[in-house]
Design a protein around this ligand. Structure first.
Ligand SMILES: Nc1ncnc2c1ncn2[C@@H]1O[C@H](COP(=O)(O)OP(=O)(O)O)[C@@H](O)[C@H]1O
Ligand SMILES: [Mg+2]
Length: 458
């Protein structure tokens, strides 16, 4: 088990370097075999020629000795000399000679022929290759064999002898460690920052100059920390909003209960206080109902059972259900409902109309008008609009109305109308669940129109 990234990188680079050396060596061997063989053969032929010239030019009587000395002087080659009478001379003691030349080959060369292991098939006896040349000197026939003793591998990669290789590996290892430090340092910084984030400190900055993957990772971690910070702020706000919304009705209920304990109250006052207690408890239960609904909508498990429904009928039912509210304010209700069928979750969609209708009623002064319309269009799909002639939404509030707990004007939030600012947040969630969109237009003191648009095929 490799525990540090340094080691992991170092080992991986080692393996890669070794493998590439091995593969490239094999590939070179394969592709340059002929060229290398020609080169080695040329070297051996040249050496043979030189030795023959040496013998001829020095006019020596000691042919065998000359060959032995010449062989000792030459690096990487062995010389074998045979003469007609069967005498042989070798440049090295035969114990170290790896090469035994078959008698028929010697005979062939003595008879004036020539031999090359590179041309006539690789010799098993002389694996590094050898050549044989015949020459005449002092009236005698000789056969001179020159054999390469340098391993072919070294000839191929002469620069890679063991000392070189170890130097390369040592320098390489040192550089690999440096590279690993360079690569791992940003990761260490990233780890330190993520540990801070895990401990709840979102004020972190991780800015690398590099624009590579690590730079991008650092940027996205900084971004994530920013988002987490925002979410944490929202969570705190949410908790304080909920606590406030629970505390307010509870305070009223406690106050009215205290008042009710007085003996001096007449029955009218008593009933008044009891009604206030009732409405405050309703407000509390609405709050918990809405919170539960939002939590359910936020989760992946909100019940969603789409089926074909008659949309105009559903809108009509919502209007009828809220009749006590609008008739109490003497509001004029106008319906422009085309028969339209859509596929939707009946229960949650009915909540949308109830919330929007209740807002319209709540924010429209007595004698105002509320218009509900539904129409279907090939291009636009199904469009529902709910408009009122109410107080409107101020421009500075428009971007916030869908936020949880947002109430544009607290002073208007009087019991029994007081909401908790969750209605539109729920509406938006449900609308999005249906793949539809919601928008509104509003004019202060003129009215507001909410429009919900279902895509063509819903
Ligand atoms: N039809 C409307 N006319 C005027 N203002 C509205 C209307 N509907 C919503 N709003 C504004 O949007 C805010 C949020 O609405 P909502 O989420 O339903 O909360 P609530 O009804 O509990 O106050 C309201 O407090 C109100 O200021
Ligand atoms: Mg509302």
């Amino acid at each position: 088990m490799i525990r540090t990234l340094y080691m992991r990188i170092a080992i991986v680079i080692f393996i890669v370097v070794w493998c590439s050396l091995a593969i490239s060596s094999l590939t070179f061997t394969h592709y340059y075999r002929n060229q290398l063989n020609n080169r080695v053969e040329g070297l051996l032929q040249n050496a043979a020629k030189l030795v023959i010239r040496l013998i001829q030019e020095t006019e020596t009587q000691q042919v065998g000795q000359t060959v032995t000395i010449a062989g000792r002087l030459s690096r990487g080659q062995e010389l074998y000399l045979y003469d007609d009478s069967g005498d042989s001379y070798m440049s090295r003691p035969s114990a170290s000679s790896k090469c035994t030349i078959p008698p028929e080959t010697i005979r062939h060369v003595l008879d004036g022929g020539s031999y090359s292991s590179f041309q006539d098939g690789e010799s098993v006896m002389c694996p590094q290759g050898n050549v044989g040349v015949s020459f005449e000197y002092g009236g005698k026939h000789y056969a001179l064999f020159v054999t390469s003793v340098t391993p072919t591998q070294t000839l191929r990669f002469g620069f890679l002898d063991y000392r070189n290789l170890w130097t390369i590996i040592l320098i390489g290892a040192f550089m690999i460690v440096l590279a690993a430090v360079y690569l791992v340092r940003p990761l260490k910084q990233i780890t330190a920052v993520t540990e801070k984030i895990a401990a709840g400190n979102f004020d972190v900055q991780l800015r690398f100059k590099q624009k590579d993957e690590l730079g991008k990772l650092a940027a996205s971690i900084t971004h994530m920390a920013g988002e987490l910070k925002k979410m944490e702020k929202m969570r705190q706000e949410f908790v304080s909003n909920v606590s406030h919304d629970i505390q307010t009705p509870l305070t009223s209920i406690r106050g009215f209960s205290k008042l009710l304990q007085q003996d001096t109250l007449d029955s009218e006052e008593r009933i008044g206080y009891l009604k206030l207690i009732e409405s405050e408890s309703e407000r509390l239960s609405r709050l918990s109902e809405n919170l539960l609904k939002l939590a359910s909508l936020d989760s992946e498990h909100h019940p969603y059972h789409p089926k074909p429904i008659q949309l105009d009928e559903q809108l009509r039912r919502a209007v009828v259900a809220s009749e006590p509210l609008w008739s109490g304010k003497r509001l004029d209700i106008e319906l422009e409902l085309e028969p339209v069928r859509i596929v939707a979750d009946e229960d949650s969609l009915s909540q949308v109309w109830t919330n929007l209708l209740h807002n319209a009623i709540k924010f429209t002064p007595e004698g105002g008008r509320i218009t509900l319309s539904v129409s279907m269009d090939e291009k636009k799909g199904t469009v529902v609009s709910i408009s009122d002639t109410g107080v409107g939404i101020a421009p500075e509030d428009r971007q916030h109305v869908f936020r949880r707990f947002y109430k544009a004007d607290e002073s208007r939030q009087m019991s029994p109308w007081s909401g908790n600012g969750l209605g539109l947040a729920i509406v938006k969630k449900i609308v999005e669940l249906h793949g539809a969109s919601i928008s509104f237009t509003s004019e202060l003191n003129q009215g507001t129109t909410f429009v919900i648009q279902f895509p063509s095929k819903s």
